[in-house]
Design a protein around this ligand. Sequence first.
Ligand SMILES: *[C@@H]1O[C@H](CO)[C@@H](O)[C@H](O)[C@H]1NC(C)=O
Ligand SMILES: *[C@@H]1O[C@H](CO)[C@@H](O)[C@H](O)[C@H]1NC(C)=O
Ligand SMILES: *[C@@H]1O[C@H](CO)[C@@H](O)[C@H](O)[C@H]1NC(C)=O
Ligand SMILES: *[C@@H]1O[C@H](CO)[C@@H](O)[C@H](O)[C@H]1NC(C)=O
Ligand SMILES: *[C@@H]1O[C@H](CO)[C@@H](O)[C@H](O)[C@H]1NC(C)=O
Ligand SMILES: *[C@@H]1O[C@H](CO)[C@@H](O)[C@H](O)[C@H]1NC(C)=O
Ligand SMILES: *[C@@H]1O[C@H](CO)[C@@H](O)[C@H](O)[C@H]1NC(C)=O
Ligand SMILES: CC(=O)N[C@H]1CO[C@H](CO)[C@@H](O)[C@@H]1O
Length: 708
Amino acid sequence: MYWILLCFLILPLLPFFASAQQDQFIYTGFAGIGKNNNVSLNGISEIENSGILRLTNETSRLIGRVFYPRPLRFKNSSAVDGKVEVASFSTSFAFAIVPEYPKLGGHGFAFVLSPNQNLTGAQPSQYLGLLNSSDNGNATNHVFAIEFDTVQDFEFQDINDNHVGVDVDSLVSSTAATASYFDSNSGGQQPLNLKSGNTILAWIDYDGKARVLNVTLSPISSKPTKPLFSIPIDLSPVIEDDMFVGFSASTGLLASSHYLFGWSFKMNGAAPSLDLSSLPSLPRISSKRSHAVIAVSASLSTVIVFLIAASLVAYALYRLKTVDIIEPWELEYGPHRFSYKTLHRATKGFRDRELLGVGGFGKVYKGVLPGSGSGEEVAVKRISHDSRQGIREFVAEIASIGRLRHRNLVQLQGWCRHRGDLLLVYDYMPNGSLDQFLFAGDPVPRTQAQTIPLLTWEQRFRILRGVASALLYLHEEWENVVIHRDVKASNVLLDADLNGRLGDFGLAKLHEHGANPSTTRVVGTLGYLAPELTRMGKATASSDVFAFGALVLEVVCGRRPIEAKALPEELVLVDWVWGLWNIRRWSEALDPKLDGKYDVEEAEVAIKVGLLCSQPLPMARPTMREVSRYLNGADTTEVPNIPPPPPSGLYEYDATPVSGMDKRKLGFEDFVHSYPSSSFEKVSACSLVSVSGDEESLSGYARIPLSA
Ligand SMILES: *[C@@H]1O[C@H](CO)[C@@H](O)[C@H](O)[C@H]1NC(C)=O
Ligand SMILES: *[C@@H]1O[C@H](CO)[C@@H](O)[C@H](O)[C@H]1NC(C)=O
Ligand SMILES: *[C@@H]1O[C@H](CO)[C@@H](O)[C@H](O)[C@H]1NC(C)=O
Ligand SMILES: *[C@@H]1O[C@H](CO)[C@@H](O)[C@H](O)[C@H]1NC(C)=O
Ligand SMILES: *[C@@H]1O[C@H](CO)[C@@H](O)[C@H](O)[C@H]1NC(C)=O
Ligand SMILES: *[C@@H]1O[C@H](CO)[C@@H](O)[C@H](O)[C@H]1NC(C)=O
Ligand SMILES: *[C@@H]1O[C@H](CO)[C@@H](O)[C@H](O)[C@H]1NC(C)=O
Ligand SMILES: CC(=O)N[C@H]1CO[C@H](CO)[C@@H](O)[C@@H]1O
């Protein structure tokens, strides 16, 4: 017993090397490893005192790598019989990804085999420090990687923002799978969140004879019996005789800290296994589990199974007894109340086929209200509310919102409370959301986006006027001031005549009241968030104006407020347009898809309004009343002159606009970071929707027609 322990203690402390043919090494933590002798660090990677190897921190657009310092021999091209076979190899490592903002990774890391350690010319962000835009996909790269990618890049046809992919000389993965692991207890694949901040073990095994590559993940030390994927692949064309092995990670506009806790590798054999309990771990994650705990938990699990069974029975009884419990106070808001049964039937039991979209606030289903002749089409939004506390305020708020009426608002017809869920019934908008139309030509998986026609200039301008008048109504024309808080293209829905209608108004406010009243949450979407909002967290009419400005520019330019695929790499739309305005070349900012067919005066007014609304100082921005007047007048001389771009030279046309974003982000970061880590989850639970290249993670939903 003890000698086993002793081996565990002594052996893994230092890497050891067997014969040249059977290269193998194991790092159980990286403490005391000579930086240049035993591993090569490059980029910003660093070994922390705790023995954790940090590939990147949360600074934007950086690359961090680590390599085993000597190349390993993978094949022998000069073998006599001409049969060039890649040696089998196997590796195992423990990693964690801690994103700067919960749920928004940036960008991921990869296990890599490369002919050299410096990967010259490689870019950060979506390129993961492996390749760049000009050499991506070129077979001369000889770069083989398994990516652990936390951002969905449509450019590379990524399947989602939580996947593992096989990259052969290209960031377009030849095989990709959503991160998950095989759980032998349940006998099925369990989902795994790469950017959860928890330690994850990965195994990569290549059988050179059978030419089969296996990739396996697990949150615990023991290797699952089934890999995540097992694919036939011949690595001989991509692998050169001598290759370096290591890891490369990168950050983009959004960033994550990427950590490695241990790494083992072996040629022609299974890599020595890593034991999570003997590896260093991040301070807030207590992964240490003594054997005693496991023994106790075994017996505990029996108890838990019993408890679950008991509560299932109780739940079943509860269900039998009642479907709808109406509390007295709910009757106060009577007229708008639908019964759960009605909505359940209207949406055919909330089945997935009726799903119109998934947004920050919940799922939206299409429904047909029973009764009335042909049946009225509605959109039903289902919002889960974690605590029953506060649901009364929720409903009061909803009931008052239900009294808002404006031709450019998506009408709320009624509501229903069912246990912890709130169901909101809206008019059905047959033409889906505005962003779907604006970005119709972009490659979009899983929709028939190609069939969506482009919006003409007249349609765009009318939509902008409509949204402006809806916001004016919310801000000034109703009995109370209503702040929308989440103005963005995916919240602008189009009715049958392609009029713009603002949806989701008031909901953001409900989400700012957390279960814990002492915390508020940032609600909004990066790129539309006014700088003061990210600092103070207090939404005002002028933060809505800021978001409207971002929307105007988006509609006029046909680009997202923050775009990863543009210019050098990332484009902050307002910086770019402001730069062009300043040098009197604003017409270049107009959506090229319009093909020059637009009204010059209207376009100039729109751009001016967009910029006026985007001013960093809230006081400087116009009110919605002024905005409405400018748009309706469509007379550019009536719109005030645009001040020069905000100082510090952030808005030059030619310069990479990233530094501008950093400034903006700083405020955001301060805000988010000023909360205890427990409230991070809450922030993420609402609609901190990400930015463009990065945004794809969530904008996928916006492309299915998202009504109400
Ligand atoms: C690290 O490298 C140095 C020089 O190559 C070598 O002497 C030393 O034994 C290595 N340390 C370990 C732990 O392998
Ligand atoms: C990340 O690392 C870089 C380079 O080591 C450093 O300049 C930067 O301040 C670090 N950022 C954070 C947030 O620690
Ligand atoms: C490669 O193969 C040739 C022919 O079999 C042999 O002479 C040579 O030693 C091998 N080289 C290495 C490095 O194994
Ligand atoms: C890249 O690395 C190789 C060795 O791996 C070295 O010979 C070469 O000089 C390096 N190039 C640059 C530009 O650092
Ligand atoms: C891409 O990398 C190659 C080297 O692999 C380099 O020659 C080229 O200049 C790089 N291109 C860009 C746009 O950085
Ligand atoms: C691949 O790279 C090589 C050398 O860098 C270059 O000559 C060739 O044109 C590139 N091929 C493609 C398809 O880009
Ligand atoms: C890869 O996975 C398959 C299927 O589980 C298994 O039969 C095979 O032995 C594995 N190969 C390696 C090299 O681990
Ligand atoms: C452009 C577009 O898709 N228009 C559609 C909007 O919705 C109406 C009613 O469903 C359709 O008739 C239009 O074709």
